[in-house]
Design a protein around this ligand. Structure first.
Ligand SMILES: NC(=O)c1ccc[n+]([C@@H]2O[C@H](COP(=O)([O-])OP(=O)(O)OC[C@H]3O[C@@H](n4cnc5c(N)ncnc54)[C@H](OP(=O)(O)O)[C@@H]3O)[C@@H](O)[C@H]2O)c1
Length: 149
């Protein structure tokens, strides 16, 4: 039986390429993001066994739902790739945008890592890859203060 991987942020960019790569390595992939049509297109490309779970990870209840709906799938690889970077001066960026970014880039990664890790530890198997930016290793930078932090 193929091993199963869950990839968030699988509808574009890095997450989509990781999903393709995992599929090419023989994994059954569960694709997650908000844009269902893009996920379905990728699922069709990757094959019948691919599953799509639409989820907005900036919402804590949605993170819990993503875990609940997939925890029985014997996932052995979790890739946290959903994220975005809001650009603009700190004093002008809307608070809502920044809070959504923190919820997506930080809280969701924390929640999904914690939820799946306990199952991985219990099963004595599993890998978690958190996609982050080298911006996070710097003291700060222009026009993306919150993203860097
Ligand atoms: N590109 C770079 O140079 C770079 C460098 C370092 C780190 N990163 C980080 O790597 C990650 C992926 O970047 P990328 O360049 O591949 O970006 P991207 O092409 O914009 O992809 C971002 C992915 O995250 C998903 N996403 C965003 N908000 C979401 C939400 N609230 N709920 C669920 N999914 C959400 C998007 O899907 P939907 O819109 O369909 O939900 C999309 O699949 C980001 O965290 C980014 O900060 C990127």
């Amino acid at each position: 039986m193929a091993k199963t991987a869950l990839v968030t942020g699988a509808s574009s960019g890095i997450g989509r390429e990781i999903a393709r790569d995992l599929s090419a390595r023989g994994f059954r992939v569960i694709l997650s993001a908000r844009r269902e049509e893009r996920l379905r297109e990728l699922a069709e490309e990757l094959g019948d066994n691919t599953r799509v779970v639409v989820c907005d990870v900036s919402d804590r209840e949605e993170c819990l739902r993503l875990y609940e709906e997939t925890k029985s799938e014997k996932i052995s690889v979790l890739v946290n790739c959903a994220g975005f970077g809001a650009v603009g001066s700190f004093d002008k960026l809307p608070l809502d945008t920044e809070l959504k970014m923190i919820d997506t880039n930080v809280t969701a990664v924390h929640m999904l890592t914690k939820l799946f890790l306990k199952d991985f530890v219990a099963a004595d198997r599993g890998y978690i890859m958190n996609i982050a930016s080298s911006a996070g290793l710097m003291y700060g930078g222009p026009m993306m203060a919150t993203y860097y932090a």
